[in-house]
Structures are given as C-alpha cells and as structure tokens.
Design a binder for this molecule. Structure first.
Ligand code: AHR
Length: 500
C-alpha cells in the first residue's frame, strides 16, 4: 500500500507563471470595507489601509489581484469611484443587494496593490456597459497625459499612469444571475469588439475572455467554443471558475474535489485547441482560473444571509474554514500547479473576509484561516519548473468521483538552486500513506523541511476567539536514502516537503 512516483528534471510540465498565485478583491460584503480598507482602524495608514492586513497579504504571497468584481462589476460605473470622496455617489449594488459608498475605487485599489507588491488585474463592465466605457477606463488609468481622461487622473492625485497590463472582459457573462447576462454569440461579439478597441489604444494589453462560471453550466464547452470563434485572435486567456464544498456529509468525495478541477482544466484546454485547429491558428489560448476556492453555497455550514437588504458592507460569505477544507484547498493548488503549462493565471476568490484566507474584525484584529497556510507555502516554494509527476497510488472509491488515488501530488524545481519541493495530499481519512519518491537526476539528497497541515479534529478552525487553533506543524520521519525520499503522510493531510 505504498504510493510512488519518480522525479526526473528532464520530464517537466512547464514553468510556473507567478500569477498562478493571484487573488481577488471584489466590492462584496467586507472584503474592501473593514477588510483591507478601514480608515478608523488603529493600524490604518495614510491611505486608510489596514497595515495588519497588508502584512498578512504579503505573508500570503499573492501576485495578480483581480478587481473590482465578480458579479459586482457588471453594474459598476468606474467613474463613481474616482475623484474627491465627498463627491462620490452612493449606488445600489444589484449583485449583492448592498449600498456601495464608493469611498474606495480604482486609484485606492492601485495604491493598495503596489503596497502589497502585486499586479492589478482589472475587470471591465460588459453587463450594463460596453466598448466606450472600457476604453474610457483604460485611458484614465493608462494614458500618460494630455487628454481629458488622463488629465483627470492627474488632477485626482495620480500624475503617473498606472500601467495596468492585465484586463478581464466582463465577468461570468454566461450566468443568468449576471446583470446584463448574454448568450455566447452576444458576448463573443462584445468581447471581440472590446478587445479590438482596447488593443487599438495599446496592442500589448493582456486580455481574458469569460469562459463558463463552472463546468456544471448547461452551456459549458459550447460557450467557450462560440466565444473563442469570435475573439480567438484578440484575447490571450479564457477564464474558469469553480468552487467546492462538502455536500451530504460525503467527505471522501469532497477530499477528491481536485479530480473535478483537473478534468475541467483539461476540457477547457481541449476546447481552446479545438477552436484553434478549426481556425488553422498557431496561437494558443491559455487559461485564467480567476476564481477558485472552497465556498459553502448550501448546507449547514453556509454563511448566514443578513435580513436587511441594501446595507453597507454587511457580513456576506464569511465562511469559516476547517482543517478538512484546507486539505482540499491544498489539493486544488496541486491541480493548478499540475497544469501550469496552460493555467498561467489563477485567482483565489477572495482575499479578505469574503470566502477568504484572511479574516478581520472591524476595529479589531486580523487572523489567518486554515486555508492561508497551503496558499502561503505554495506561493513561496512553488516557483520554478513543475516536474511531470505520474503517481502510482493506492485508490479508493468515492460516490461523486468514482475510484480516485489516495495520493495527490506535484513537484516544483527551482531553476537556480535546483531545490525541489514536493506538494502532496493524503486523501485517506483514517490511515497514514507511505510514500516513496525516486529522485532520479534531480541532484537533491536531503530533506530540509516538511510542513504538515492535519489535526486530530478534522473540523478544527481558526476564529476570532481562537485565531491560532490551527497552524502547520513539522512532519516526522521524512528522509532521503539511496536517491529515494521515504515518508509516511499523516491521515488527511497537506504536506510540503522541501529537498535540497
Ligand atoms: O467570488 C464570489 C462570486 O462568485 C463572484 O462575484 C462571481 O463572479 C462568482 O459567481
């Protein structure tokens, strides 16, 4: 019952684009207000940003940060969020039935991104708006000066252009819940026209077209094919979104969620390449997995919905993550890394308070959820070249995914130092899993660290009352001998084994 695989630096998947470790800030619940932005907070800086949260975001290691939505963007007027705060209008946010004060907007977001060392990934509204407004936003943020909109930005205190390279052409336009929801034909045309116009302003922008909001959508795959028929030559990436949660107390199926993620990725790759073949194109469309996470959309763990609609920054989607959630979450990270050749961008949805790795209390502390730890470790140690890991593992049967491997794993090799990091999840809830990794030609010979996330209580979590109940611990017994790493993975655990 030993799981095995072989690492060989000659067999690789591809290099990791740092933007695989992106995240997402939406005007939703308390992600922005009392999450990252709280001018009255004791730790707030000159921009009203909570420095306790900024520190945690840096520790988390996020790269690209998507903004301002999400469903929110499809009824958003970017002009409302720039200029003197006292002149900014209060608006209805139709997506989340809240009141948007617009105290935080595009310029504040760009300052925030710079402070955490990230890259802005800006979404344009293709729900209630179209080509002109996308162009106006692009000119406002990126044109150096000498036009009405670029001079307006300078007058708003930002003389230098923000130089935003990465743009999302709308959000989840396939979803009937989306303000301005469209058919694939309608959206494909609009995405193509918007992309064409944005490239007229700047041919080097990087553009993401909306794929499906999930692989269970009725229109999945035909949506991608139709949209790409319209805009294949004009965009760089197509988006994927997916969320998982434990349903009907079926924990084994939940622990195997990444089986679904990997199938989803492979189906989107196949669809993109099918369209490329039909168009006789040599160009390859990459994948932007720009929303992924655990999200309890139903069942007893779903976050409560406030009774009052149209409140300001209410508590929405404040899921509290357990150790089990973090192990599944780690497995989702492994799925992304295993497809790093085509998944060039991925955004953990979201960053603070809203289905988030970081939680805050207004006026109070900030803390790390269980999911914080796998993300931070993957972002820190998962840069370099992904090695082709073909697992030979004991299996078990799950109701939702059929027979699945108990081991889910990947490995990343640092191009400069040659250090190798193995990321591995044991899906077995009751037993440890012996693992042997042949380190053929990698040049590594010793274990320099083994971080484990597991707990005797699979439902343990971090809360305001007990913010450090769950933290990773050092694993025991991993060693390299005769070119083989041997270790026993704890039951239901996430593991980061660093080799040098
Ligand atoms: O991340 C929460 C929501 O999930 C986003 O606003 C939307 O795009 C998706 O349905």
């Amino acid at each position: 019952h030993t799981a095995r695989f072989t690492l060989d630096p000659a067999f690789t998947v591809g290099t990791v684009d740092p933007r695989l470790f992106g995240s997402f800030v939406e005007h939703l619940g308390r992600c922005v207000y009392t999450g990252i932005f709280e001018p009255d907070h004791p730790t707030a800086d000159e921009d009203g940003l909570r420095t306790d949260v900024l520190e945690l975001i840096r520790e988390l290691g996020v790269t690209a940060i998507r903004y301002p939505g999400g469903n929110f963007v499809s009824n958003y007027r970017w002009e409302d969020g720039v200029g003197p705060v006292e002149d900014r209008p209060r608006r209805l946010d139709l997506a989340w039935k809240t009141t948007e004060t617009n105290r935080f907007g595009t310029n504040e977001f760009v300052s925030f991104v710079r402070k955490v060392g990230g890259e802005a990934m800006m979404a344009v509204n293709l729900g209630t708006r179209g080509v002109p407004e996308a162009l106006e936003l692009q000119e406002y943020v990126n044109h150096p000066g000498g036009t009405e909109l670029s001079d307006r930005r300078a007058a708003h205190g930002h003389p230098n252009p923000h130089d935003i390279r990465l743009w999302c052409l709308g959000n989840e336009m396939d979803g009937p819940w989306q303000t301005g929801h469209k058919t694939a034909e309608e959206y494909g045309r609009l995405a193509a026209e918007t992309a064409r116009a944005m490239r007229q302003m700047d041919k080097d922008v990087e553009l993401v077209a909306c794929g499906s909001s999930g692989s269970s959508m009725d229109t999945f795959a035909s949506w991608e094919a139709t949209v790409l028929e319209h805009c294949y030559d004009l965009v760089d990436h197509i988006s994927l979104h997916s969320y998982y949660y434990e349903q009907e107390d079926d924990r084994d199926s939940f622990l195997a969620s990444a089986v679904d993620t990997e199938a989803f990725i492979e189906q989107v790759v196949a669809t993109c390449d099918h369209v490329g073949a039909r168009l006789k194109s040599k160009k390859r469309i990459n994948l932007s997995f720009d929303e992924w996470n655990i999200w309890y959309m139903g069942g007893p763990k779903a976050a409560p919905v406030p009774e009052q609609e149209w409140g300001e920054a209410p508590r929405l989607l404040e899921d509290n993550y357990t150790v089990t959630d973090a192990v599944v979450f780690g497995s989702l990270l492994i799925a992304l890394l295993r497809h790093a050749d085509r998944v060039r961008i991925a955004c953990l949805a979201q960053l603070v308070n809203v289905i988030a790795p970081i939680m805050t209390e207004p006026g109070g502390p900030a803390w790390r959820q269980t999911t914080f730890f796998p993300f931070a470790a993957a972002s820190r140690h998962g840069r370099g070249t992904v090695l082709d890991v073909r697992v030979d593992s004991p299996r078990h049967t799950t109701a939702r995914h059929g027979e699945v491997d108990l081991l889910h794993a990947t490995a990343v090799r640092d191009g400069e130092s040659g250090a190798v990091t193995v990321f591995a999840v044991n899906r077995d809830r009751s037993d440890g899993l012996p693992l042997e990794v042949a380190l053929r030609g990698t040049g590594v010979s010793r274990v320099v660290g083994h971080e484990v996330l597991s707990d005797a209580d699979p439902d343990a979590s971090n809360t305001l009352a007990e913010p450090e109940r769950v933290v990773p611990h050092e694993g025991e017994g991993a060693e390299v001998a005769d070119g083989v790493l041997r270790v026993t993975l704890e039951p239901m655990s996430w593991n980061v084994i660093r080799l040098a």
